[in-house]
Design a protein around this ligand. Structure first.
Ligand code: NAD
Length: 295
């Protein structure tokens, strides 16, 4: 069993850390917010008083933070963990961040003899809770081998996407597609509702027809069609719309750098931006459904 420092205990980090405890690992946890730390303490974790105090004598440091600026701040900026992490520790950043920051972290880590891998995830809060996440890992062969077993305690698909940054690139492609699918599914459901269809019936029909997709399967954006999804809980919990907007921006940035044509991604990004600008950024991203409402 390994000793793990887990930093960032939000919607995703808390259930991921809980699964590592369940698997028998020794967890030291840290977040800027007290409540998830206390809940994990009841399950057996130790609470660190700071990020710096969490990393002493651990085999792995896992970070699950909102965006690139938080991750850079943790390792290179105000917390400067790179100056204090032992050379035997492997750092796993599971946050979804930009490829440029990921590559910068990898270069800086190499300079001081540290090992870092990017391992963003897919599967949402439900997948994090059930331990069925997909991990997209950017790492050397050796580092991938060294982290695979630990990640398998939190996910069921552990993919080696390529070298440093490849995990983040795969994640940007996946979430651009997810953003497009959620917007498209919302548009189709609202069209049906406006023309007198029952959204439950329509969802069932599309789920068993060629419109089938992940959002219809497990994340229906229309309230009260499915139980235990954010749309049936006033769009609370889940994946914040502003985080989806961040991911669509990451995909757009990559498309600009590679001169790729991503018209559907660009249009969907604008829809999420518009929906955030009218005050919905903190709600679950499936709230984009209301962008297409006639009311
Ligand atoms: P969240 O906002 O719920 O959680 C982030 C946590 O990080 C918060 O608890 C915050 O207090 C903490 N934090 C921020 N800065 C910190 C610091 N310097 N030190 C310690 N803690 C700090 O976000 P989330 O939904 O858990 O998402 C985390 C990451 O995972 C994001 O990059 C997101 O894009 C990605 N992601 C989220 C989902 C999802 O469904 N929510 C799915 C896949 C990937």
């Amino acid at each position: 069993m390994s000793k793990v420092a887990f930093i960032g205990l939000g919607n995703m980090g808390e259930p991921m850390a809980a699964n590592l405890i369940k698997a028998g690992h020794d967890l030291v946890v840290f977040d800027l917010v007290a409540a998830p730390q206390e809940r994990l303490k009841k399950q057996g974790a130790k609470i660190a008083s700071s990020a710096l105090n969490s990393i002493q004598d651990v085999d792995f440091v896992i970070s699950m933070l909102p965006a690139g600026k938080h991750v850079e701040g943790l390792y290179l900026g105000e917390s400067a963990l790179f100056n204090n992490i032992s050379k035997n520790t492997i750092i796993i950043d599971c946050s979804t961040i930009d490829v440029a920051t990921t590559k910068k972290l990898s270069t800086e880590a190499e300079k001081v003899g540290l090992n870092i891998v990017d391992a963003p995830v897919s599967g949402g809060v439900a997948g994090a809770t059930a331990g069925t996440l997909s991990f997209m890992v950017g790492a050397t062969e050796e580092n991938f081998y060294n982290v695979k077993e630990l990640l398998a305690n939190m996910g069921k698909n552990i993919f080696h996407a390529g070298d440093a940054g490849a995990g983040q690139m795969a994640k940007a492609c996946n979430n651009m597609l997810l953003g497009i699918m959620m917007a498209g599914t919302s548009e189709a459901l609202q069209l049906g509702i406006a023309n007198g269809l029952d959204p439950k019936k329509l969802s069932e029909i599309m789920l068993n027809s060629s419109g089938r997709n992940w959002t219809l399967e497990v994340y229906n954006p229309c309230p009260d069609v499915q139980e235990n999804v954010p749309s049936s809980n006033d769009y609370e919990g889940g994946f914040a719309l502003d985080l989806m907007l961040k991911d669509m921006n990451l995909a757009l940035q990559a498309s600009l750098e590679s001169k790729s044509s991503t018209p559907l991604g660009s249009l969907s990004r604008s829809l999420y931006a518009q929906h955030s600008n009218i005050g919905n950024g903190h709600k679950d991203f499936s709230n984009i459904f209301n962008q297409f409402s006639k009311n």
